[in-house]
Write a protein that binds this ligand. Structure first.
Ligand SMILES: CCCCCCCCC/C=C/C(=O)SCCNC(=O)CCNC(=O)[C@H](O)C(C)(C)COP(=O)(O)OP(=O)(O)OC[C@H]1O[C@@H](n2cnc3c(N)ncnc32)[C@H](O)[C@@H]1OP(=O)(O)O
Length: 298
């Protein structure tokens, strides 16, 4: 995958620069994580508008492994430290795939030390995105199951591509429980009743149904996703930053405080769960299902 700018993002922009793609030193592992040397996010900041774009860039499906999570975190850190940066659009460089959720390689028969680090990175990315001072918009240009849906839910607004794409928290289909903070993020977006149904049944919504339940805010042709996100961003940036940011803090504060109080306990629970042989069996069955393409949306 070439690390070039998306021309649509930079057209007409006089001073647009890339923030260097984040890299990380991976902890020693016996597994082959050879993708570690490759860039996994492309970051642009338009100095004229103050709007940044983070493109997930880990083909084929942008599954969230330790490297991608670390790269997102570094990119966000850099952007949030830049005073002039006011908004961020989160998208993917792979047409048809926003993000396939957590990387199965991190979950299937993991080493506990690595799994802990991985989970803490996910927590950190969620916390940063959910509490970001920036106006954030997810430009969902394809499938967005599980952790992919979670990433988009942290944003202030979601634009999704029309087509046969799915979005939802489907953890129960994998024999897993979406952690409480996944559940809270979903509930805060679509309300308790719909979230209860969606989470228990592991529903993957079509774009139309996602729009109906408020999981996304707009459904547009794939080629218009980015442009729509940019136009929508102007609406968010018309509001004085401080007023918008403080309102966001107040609305999301209780969810974030609950999370911080239970963050360590959450890591311990997840470790217990993922190291359990029954969990691994369910995951193995799910991976087999995935190979035979039996996933459907409602
Ligand atoms: C310690 C923590 C404890 C954590 C314990 C608790 C966790 C609870 C929370 C869990 C959150 C999650 O996100 S769990 C992850 C849930 N994710 C999913 O269920 C998505 C599964 N994927 C899909 O449905 C599809 O791949 C989809 C995204 C729609 C794209 O379909 P396509 O037809 O375009 O592409 P495919 O042919 O299926 O996929 C291309 C290749 O990518 C691989 N692939 C697909 N999804 C992948 C994924 N999530 N991780 C790795 N690899 C993936 C496929 O196997 C293929 O590999 P090759 O065959 O080799 O080419």
């Amino acid at each position: 995958m070439a690390l070039s700018f998306n021309p649509r993002l930079v057209r007409g922009v006089s001073r647009c620069h890339a923030i260097v793609t984040a890299k990380m030193a991976l902890a020693a592992s016996c597994r082959d994580f050879s993708a570690a040397e490759k860039s996994t996010v492309i970051v642009n900041l338009n100095d004229n508008t103050g709007v940044a774009t983070i493109q997930l860039n880990r083909p084929p499906v942008n599954s969230l492994n330790l490297q991608l999570l670390t790269d997102i975190k570094i990119a966000l850190d850099k952007l949030q430290m830049k005073k002039d940066c006011r908004g961020m659009i989160l998208t993917s460089s792979s047409p048809g795939i926003f993000c396939a959720g957590l990387d199965f390689m991190e979950m299937h028969n993991p080493q506990e030390g690595r799994a802990r680090e991985f989970w803490r990175s996910l927590q950190e990315v969620w916390k940063m995105l959910y509490g970001s001072r920036l106006a954030t918009i997810a430009a969902i240009n394809g499938h967005s199951p599980a952790g992919g849906c979670l990433l988009s839910l942290t944003c202030d607004y979601r634009v999704m591509a029309q087509g046969k794409f799915m979005i939802g928290l489907n953890e129960t289909l994998l024999g897993m429980v979406a952690p409480f903070w996944f559940q809270d993020t979903m509930t805060n977006t679509i309300g308790h009743r719909e979230a209860e149904k969606a989470l228990q049944l592991g529903l993957l919504y079509s774009g139309e149904n996602a729009l109906n339940v408020g999981l996304i805010d707009e459904l547009v042709p794939p080629e218009k996703v980015m442009q729509t996100a940019q136009v929508q961003m102007q609406t968010w940036l018309k509001i004085p930053d401080l007023a918008r940011r403080l309102t966001k803090e107040q609305m999301r504060g209780p969810t974030l405080q609950k999370f911080v109080q239970r963050q360590n306990e959450d890591v311990d629970q997840i470790m217990k769960f993922i190291m359990d042989s029954a969990t691994q069996r369910s995951l193995g069955i799910y991976l087999n299902t995935l190979k035979h393409k039996q996933l459907t949306s409602v």
